[in-house]
Design a protein around this ligand. Structure first.
Ligand code: 2AM
Length: 190
């Protein structure tokens, strides 16, 4: 049996969950195309993120027992009911985070609505008894892992989409890599 930092037992039935935003289909195609270019046009080695897995994490919750999913959904519904607002996300640049070994899409101007949503989630989850990472939130869209890069492609034009919803997602490890399964979705006010 494994144990978490606070010495809680992790049984085999825990699930790994996080709150995240998925790009719309056009932005997903553009970001997926970018991942291909990273391989073809640069000296970037590493593990590509599959197009369908490309996302922006809002809050990483970690391993929880399945009976906690209902509480997570309740926290999310409370935030939706309080009237969180839609916003635009614009990826303006490709960056390499050497010490984490990731290549990621950087959000140019971080929308206040995004930070409000993350803060509301962090507060709601803490109040509900979840212990979250203390690191400052740094929004990024991981395109490649275990990466080592010499050069990075320039973005011809920004990749933008209107964020109208967010999701709670379960991460499952398979022989084919991570599979992300939505547990719940919540809309943002237009
Ligand atoms: P990453 O892309 O920078 O690895 C699913 O694993 C998502 O949760 C990924 O977006 C991942 O960020 C993020 N994540 C994984 N482990 C995390 C952790 N310990 N703290 C914060 N985010 C994490």
């Amino acid at each position: 049996m494994m144990r978490t930092k606070d010495n809680t037992e992790i049984g085999r039935r825990t699930v790994r969950v996080f709150f995240a935003i998925w790009p719309d289909s056009k932005a997903q195609r553009q970001l997926g195309g970018l991942v291909k270019r990273l391989r073809l046009e640069t000296l970037c080695g590493g593990r590509k993120t599959k197009a369908e897995n490309i996302h922006l994490t809002l809050v990483f919750v970690g391993e929880v027992h399945p009976d906690k999913l209902e509480i997570l959904c309740r926290v999310a519904s409370g935030i939706r009911d309080s009237g969180a607002h839609a916003f635009d996300l614009v990826v303006e640049k490709i960056c390499y985070w050497k010490h984490k070994g990731i290549v990621y899409g950087e959000i140019g101007r971080i929308p206040q609505e995004l930070m409000n949503l993350v803060a509301a989630l962090q507060d709601g989850l803490s109040d509900a008894g979840f212990s979250l990472e203390q690191r400052a939130y740094r929004p990024h869209i991981t395109l490649m892992r275990n990466a080592s890069c010499q050069t990075l492609p320039e973005l011809m034009e920004p990749i933008a989409w209107r964020v109208r919803e967010w999701a709670l997602v379960k991460s499952e490890q398979t022989s084919d890599g991570s599979v992300y399964v939505p547990v719940g979705r919540w809309s943002l006010d237009s």
